[in-house]
Design a protein around this ligand. Sequence first.
Ligand SMILES: *[C@@H]1O[C@H](CO)[C@@H](O)[C@H](O)[C@H]1NC(C)=O
Ligand SMILES: *[C@@H]1O[C@H](CO)[C@@H](O)[C@H](O)[C@H]1NC(C)=O
Ligand SMILES: *[C@@H]1O[C@H](CO)[C@@H](O)[C@H](O)[C@H]1NC(C)=O
Ligand SMILES: *[C@@H]1O[C@H](CO)[C@@H](O)[C@H](O)[C@H]1NC(C)=O
Ligand SMILES: *[C@@H]1O[C@H](CO)[C@@H](O)[C@H](O)[C@H]1NC(C)=O
Length: 248
Amino acid sequence: MASPPCRISLLLLSLFSLLLFSANSQSAPAPAPSGPIDIVAILQKSGQYTSFLRLLNETQAAEQINNQVNNSRDGMTVFAPTDNAFSNLPSGTLNNLTFQQHVQLVLYHICPKYYSMENLQTVSNPVRTQASGQDGGVYGLYFYGPAGQSNQVNVSTGIVNVPIYNAVRKDFPLAVYEVSKVLLPREFYEAPAPVNSPPPPRGNGTVGSGGAASAPATGSPAGSGSGKMSVGFGLVVSVISLWMGLFL
Ligand SMILES: *[C@@H]1O[C@H](CO)[C@@H](O)[C@H](O)[C@H]1NC(C)=O
Ligand SMILES: *[C@@H]1O[C@H](CO)[C@@H](O)[C@H](O)[C@H]1NC(C)=O
Ligand SMILES: *[C@@H]1O[C@H](CO)[C@@H](O)[C@H](O)[C@H]1NC(C)=O
Ligand SMILES: *[C@@H]1O[C@H](CO)[C@@H](O)[C@H](O)[C@H]1NC(C)=O
Ligand SMILES: *[C@@H]1O[C@H](CO)[C@@H](O)[C@H](O)[C@H]1NC(C)=O
């Protein structure tokens, strides 16, 4: 027979470890005096990056950026395509890509080093991105400053070439530049595109209106799963603390 005080201390102990665990695994709404840099918050402020934010979230690159910005001495640079940039893509471009290519596309917009605008004008090409080395591809970005104008530089992938005008954020350790086109890597077009075999046509095989058919099926099971789990955790913890509050 366990005595009540013993049971209560056991409960307290498990509650305590639960709290510790949940505090570590998810960012609790703790008072953050000098908050860590958060790429999501930075992009959300402007309101014109919802597509890019969706990709950052879907591929869990946002978390990666925040961690790396916090932990790296080199800082980071992000090229953020506007919603206009995404809507100007030929229809079906994103739907035609595999989830793996979504990840590569996002990583291609991120350099593992901080570059000021002046750095970009003099950097030697190609510049490494977070996608570099994947598939043995270069996945480099090329920067060209026009001879005459100062303070002007273009970023080029070999497929698209676009001027950089705006810095959403420009201070070390994280630079974020607006780009008005999605930076499509040349590697997507050089390698034979992975054929996502279409469902066998049911009739005579004529292809109808292209692109529209594919549903936005690419979810990230891992992400949503862990999301649900931490919500569940929070619930359990609050129920237990409520119960404890009633009894102590
Ligand atoms: C940032 O990095 C420091 C040291 O590496 C670490 O102690 C801290 O917990 C990190 N903060 C966040 C929000 O990741
Ligand atoms: C998407 O894939 C279809 C079928 O392979 C192709 O006909 C179409 O041109 C592709 N669209 C884009 C924008 O790549
Ligand atoms: C920069 O991009 C613009 C728009 O694509 C283009 O007109 C211009 O020639 C480019 N400049 C350089 C140096 O590539
Ligand atoms: C092919 O089938 C579609 C419907 O499945 C039909 O609309 C179209 O007219 C057919 N084309 C030919 C050439 O038979
Ligand atoms: C991020 O993605 C997860 C699933 O991967 C989803 O549950 C969540 O709502 C998304 N958050 C935002 C802000 O889009």
